[in-house]
Design a protein around this ligand. Structure first.
Ligand code: HEM
Length: 392
């Protein structure tokens, strides 16, 4: 999509035929992410959303039955003051100590998964590694008993389509999502009850704690747990897979990572700029917003093209070049403003551990398909499989 983005950036704020505004430049996206007149509330007026036949069609959003989403709306789709209250609770539960405490466990999981590759000549890295690692980590943080984790694997995949505007507009996907949601909500309801009876050192126990007055209600609690599962899973899968793919395409960086593992954090920031797992987010204008010589009218849906902002030559020198040594890499990969990614520190730790271990332990990895097959969604970008040949 990057060629299309370069064309789009000629006009920072681009009005589509259907009244949607697409914003592709770094400064304007950043400004809107911090603008209180822009809403994340996920119940826009459906009349704004229509297929247009324009090449950017793929990036537009279709309506979903509002009443279902209203009930279980996670805080990523809410505005202040609700958003602040819920996010505040989650930030406290997602504490620095707790995230740091995941390092040792993540290392262990990483090495266990790589151990299982021994003796194999061909692997699919997504299936064997990128996919299971984050879901296991998030289950552990939430406090899901290990024997129940396999159920979360299927749920995470299905529910990722709920973050994928194009797929979630599809009737069949909606029905499947509702069923999955009902299943997971039932499961979590029981788990929350158990955590209230017997709190442990985990996020769900923290969120479920408190007396009636300050307690999070069950809808919000479950919506939050599902959000953490969904937002934390496929995104991290894609960061790891995109990262390995990029390293195999630019082997000098793979060699360097093997020699100097301390460059991992810079590499990861550059992966987040160069191939952001979340390519765009949508918003709604709550008022007329003058921007870059035009005005986004009240009520208009707005598409913030993170992936395009990340390659904006006005912000990044030589933006099409993968360069982990670039200074001041203020990419938009984790968003910005009120909704800045809650899981960024965790994602960085997981990716760092995974990439350092893979670079050292995968022997003579070689891409068997370049480009590999991609997932269908436009918003969460990443390969559906990464077939590799390895030397056992
Ligand atoms: C929000 C990206 C990993 C939890 C966001 C947003 C982005 C993003 C772009 C902003 C959404 C918006 O403004 O509408 C990513 C990427 C990840 C990642 C690229 C991995 C590489 C995680 C992880 C978790 C997580 C591991 C938790 C386990 C969340 C939550 C929000 C969020 C809860 C909503 C915050 C809010 O609305 O206040 N993420 N994320 N993310 N992310 Fe992440």
């Amino acid at each position: 999509p990057y060629g299309l983005f370069a064309e789009l950036r000629r006009e920072p704020v681009c009005r589509q035929e259907d009244g949607t505004y697409v914003v592709g430049t770094h400064a304007e996206i950043d400004r809107l992410l911090h603008d209180p007149r822009i809403s994340s509330d996920d119940l826009p007026d459906p009349q704004h959303f229509r297929w247009t036949g324009h090449p950017i069609t793929d990036l537009l959003v279709r309506p979903v039955r509002a009443e279902i989403r209203k009930r279980h709306r996670p805080f990523i789709f809410r505005d202040p003051p609700d958003h602040e209250a819920l996010r505040g609770r989650v930030m406290r539960a997602f504490s620095v100590e707790r995230v740091r405490g995941m390092r040792a466990k993540t290392e262990r999981l990483t090495h266990d998964l790589i151990d299982k590759l021994a003796g194999k000549a061909r692997i699919d890295l997504v299936d064997a590694f990128s996919y299971p690692l984050p879901v296991t980590v998030i289950c552990h943080l939430l406090g899901v008993p290990p024997e129940d984790e396999p159920r979360f694997h299927g749920w995470a995949t299905q529910l990722a389509t709920a973050l994928e505007p194009n797929q979630r507009g599809d009737e069949e996907t909606q029905i499947k999502n509702e069923e999955t949601f009902a299943e997971i909500a039932d499961y979590l309801q029981d788990l929350v009850k158990a955590k209230r009876r017997e709190p442990a050192d985990d996020i769900l126990s923290d969120l479920a704690a408190g007396d009636d007055a300050e307690r999070m209600n069950d809808y919000d609690l479950i919506a939050t747990a599902v959000l953490l599962l969904v937002a934390g899973h496929e995104t991290t899968v894609n960061l790891i897979t995109n990262g390995v793919l990029t390293l195999l395409r630019f082997p000098e960086h793979l060699e360097r990572l093997r020699r100097e593992p301390e460059i991992a954090p810079r590499l990861i920031e550059e992966f987040l700029r160069y191939e952001p797992p979340v390519q765009y987010r949508t918003r709604l204008a709550l008022a007329d917003i003058p921007l870059a010589g035009t005005t986004i009218p009240e009520g208009a849906p707005v598409v913030l093209l993170i992936a395009s902002g990340n390659r904006d030559p006005a912000r990044f020198a030589d933006p099409e070049r993968f360069d982990p040594d670039r200074r001041d890499n203020r990419h938009l990969g984790f968003g910005g403003g009120l909704h800045y990614c809650v899981g960024a520190p965790l994602a960085r730790i997981e990716a760092e551990i995974a990439l350092v271990a893979l670079s050292r332990r995968l022997r003579e990895p070689r891409l068997l398909a370049d480009p590999p097959p991609y997932r269908p969604g436009a918003s969460l970008r990443g390969p559906s499989a990464l077939p590799l040949a390895i030397a056992g």
